[in-house]
Design a protein around this ligand. Structure first.
Ligand code: DHB
Ligand code: MG
Length: 219
């Protein structure tokens, strides 16, 4: 299929199943106006995360990579009244935009943003209440570190989602010279081999191009 053909299907599905939401669209407008990269999840994928939260009955969500909080809003909306999203963002400037977006969307009281590198922040969560859903969407070079923490901070049954596992088809190649692809491949290798996980992955073809998500359960 051509990019135009899959974009048409993406628009059709998004119009049919997701529709429009002023809080989410405002969050994107603010993120774009602030010059953040347009690398948030596509609307259908945001709703996928929202539904996973509901399907799994999640009360505590861990997100690694907040950006402007578009996916954060989707997941926060899938939680019960006492639910919480803890989301980690390396860039203070992004975190400020995210915080404003969360407040405007009415989910500010459900979300805690921790500013710092994932590898530094994640150890501080040890000993807290475990997470029921973990969404990994940050620097791809660190995916194995993030997966290790997902297992350690989760419990049997915790759902783990890793974004961007297709990368325009590059993921099938060991010799791209891209540290992001290498990190993505290492994460997938870990999901396949580490006995703490059982996993699959789905390719996606949407407004964001050709990519995909891995979905795992902590065994
Ligand atoms: C990139 C990162 C993402 O999380 C994404 O969804 C798309 C692109 C990137 O770093 O290029
Ligand atoms: Mg992503």
């Amino acid at each position: 299929p051509t990019p135009a053909a899959w974009a048409a299907v993406d628009s059709y599905l998004a119009e049919t199943l997701v529709g429009h939401d002023s809080d989410l669209e405002r969050a994107l407008a603010e993120q774009n106006a602030a010059g953040l990269p347009p690398i948030e999840v596509a609307p259908l994928n945001g709703k996928f995360l929202h539904l996973l939260a509901r399907i799994s009955g999640a009360r505590r969500v861990l997100e690694i990579g907040t950006l402007g909080a578009y996916s954060t809003i989707w997941m926060a909306r899938g939680l019960p009244a006492d639910g919480r999203v803890v989301t980690i963002e390396a860039e203070g400037r992004n975190a400020a935009i995210a915080r404003a977006n969360l407040e405007r969307a009415g989910v500010g009281d459900k979300v805690e943003i921790l500013v710092g590198r994932g590898a530094d922040v994640l150890p501080t969560l040890e000993g807290g209440e475990p997470f029921d859903l973990v969404f990994i969407d940050a620097d791809k070079e660190s995916n194995t570190i993030y997966l290790d923490w997902a297992a350690r901070l989760g419990h049997p049954g915790t759902v783990v989602v890793v974004d961007n596992i297709g990368r325009g088809g590059q993921v099938a190649h060991a010799d791209t010279g891209s540290s992001q692809v290498d990190g993505t491949r290492a994460g997938l290798q870990m999901l396949g081999a580490d006995p703490r996980f059982d996993a699959t992955a789905l390719q996606t073809l949407d407004a964001k191009g050709w990519d995909g998500v891995a979905v795992a359960i902590v065994v």
